[in-house]
Design a protein around this ligand. Structure first.
Ligand code: PLP
Length: 395
């Protein structure tokens, strides 16, 4: 008889966004006269850059004519998109060969797929609070997950410690949900630890475009030795508004070898077996997003989100609430007032101010008592939310 994967039993219900939406909808129904201000969801609200739209139209027209029509794309990505991604790395001072870069439909799709490179016995360390898919994809494959708690004391940027036993470690910097970002020194400690222990770092760079501080690396490959120990995920979702368009890329350097096996060669084998390439049209859009013009245009959108973060952090300062984030990431991670739990604060903000955020405990147990504000909302909503927060919480 067929046996479904028993590891799915270990997953918690993905209750966080469902429950927050349910409570917010109920509140809005009960208060039709007040506009609900949604600072909960980590999704962009501003449109694609004009250069991207132009490239999309052009690529669609190419598909309409026999002489310019494209069928299947190369499984590992087109030469033009790999070159665009390699050029983007070069802007950071990082040299990667185009064939060390694999074009993807975004990080979400890669998170589960990469697990296929590693045996089930490997122990997985996840810096928490974390994007929930790091834990869930590994539980699905039957791996043991060891949480490494981020706390106010370590600035939500824990470092490797003596006795840490793991072969894989997930790092996300700048971080969702905390907005905290590792300095060069902090990342160097992780790279050295991974190389000393023969471990592999899975580095999520989804929010690198939001970095404003000079000491925060945009890519783990800015650190010496990182090509020997790290896989890095990049995405245009948040940097260029591609959440609904879908494009990203994954770097697996040729220098990444474990137990005599080239993880690069294994990933080539994986992608050429498990994918049929990413849409030609979207790769042209990605190329345009990474052009000088595309980057300049997207930066104007990022500035809007960054301004939202400034408004929110100024309001939290005025209320005397502690927080991290907002400087190098579109998230502000705030301590709930008066020892409140994450869900109690969620209810308080919703009931008394019509502001919706996300309870921190949904990102791991160490997020209890914390709360995430997303800065991707509309500027007028963020400005209004800042005023409502002050009216409710400033004494
Ligand atoms: N990684 C992190 C940390 C995220 O916050 C998100 C989306 O919110 C993703 C990955 C997913 O990115 P993508 O849209 O490229 O699948």
């Amino acid at each position: 008889m067929l046996r479904p994967n028993p590891n799915y039993e270990k997953l918690k219900d993905s209750f966080l966004f469902y429950e927050t939406k349910l409570r917010a909808n109920d509140w809005q129904e009960a208060h039709p006269e007040t506009r609900l201000l949604k600072l909960g969801i980590g999704d962009v609200t501003l449109p694609l850059a004009p250069a991207v739209i132009e490239a999309l139209h052009k690529a669609v027209d190419e598909q309409a004519r026999a002489e310019s029509f494209h069928g299947y794309m190369p499984e590992l990505g087109t030469a033009f998109m790999k070159r665009a991604a390699a050029a983007n790395y070069a802007r950071l001072g990082v040299t990667l060969e185009p064939d060390e870069i694999f074009v993807s439909s975004g990080i979400g799709e890669e998170l589960g797929a990469v697990g296929s490179l590693f045996a089930r016995e490997n122990r997985v360390a996840v810096v928490e609070p974390a994007y929930p898919a790091y834990v869930d994809t590994n539980l699905m494959e039957g791996r043991t997950v060891v949480p490494i708690p981020g706390t106010e004391e370590n600035g939500f940027l824990p470092l490797p410690f003596p006795g840490l036993e793991a072969e894989l470690v997930y790092l996300c910097s700048p971080n969702n949900p905390t907005g905290a970002a590792y300095s060069r020194e902090g990342l160097r400690r992780w790279v050295d630890w991974a190389n000393e222990h023969g471990a592999v770092i899975l580095f999520d760079a989804a929010y690198e475009a939001f970095i404003t501080e000079p000491d925060v690396p945009h890519s783990i490959y800015e650190l010496d030795g990182a090509k020997n120990c790290a896989i890095e995920w990049s995405s245009l979702s948040k940097s260029a508004g591609f959440t609904g368009t879908r494009l990203g890329y994954t770097a697996v350097p040729k220098a990444l070898v474990r137990a005599g096996k080239s993880l690069h060669a294994m990933w080539v084998r994986n992608r050429s077996t498990c994918t049929n390439g990413v849409s030609y049209i979207l790769q042209r859009a990605g190329e345009a997003a990474l052009s000088e013009e595309g980057l300049r245009q997207s930066r104007a959108n990022l500035a809007v989100y960054q301004k939202n973060a400034q408004l929110l952090t100024a309001a939290l300062d005025a209320c005397g609430l502690r927080y991290v984030g907002g400087k190098n990431a579109p998230y502000v991670w705030c301590r709930c007032p008066d020892g409140m739990g994450s869900w109690s604060f969620f209810d308080l903000l919703l009931d008394r101010a019509g502001v919706m955020g996300t309870p921190g405990v949904g990102f791991g147990a160490c997020g209890e008592g914390w709360f995430r504000f997303s800065c991707f909302g509309r500027p007028e909503d963020c400005a209004e939310a800042a005023e409502r927060l002050k009216a409710l919480l400033k004494d």
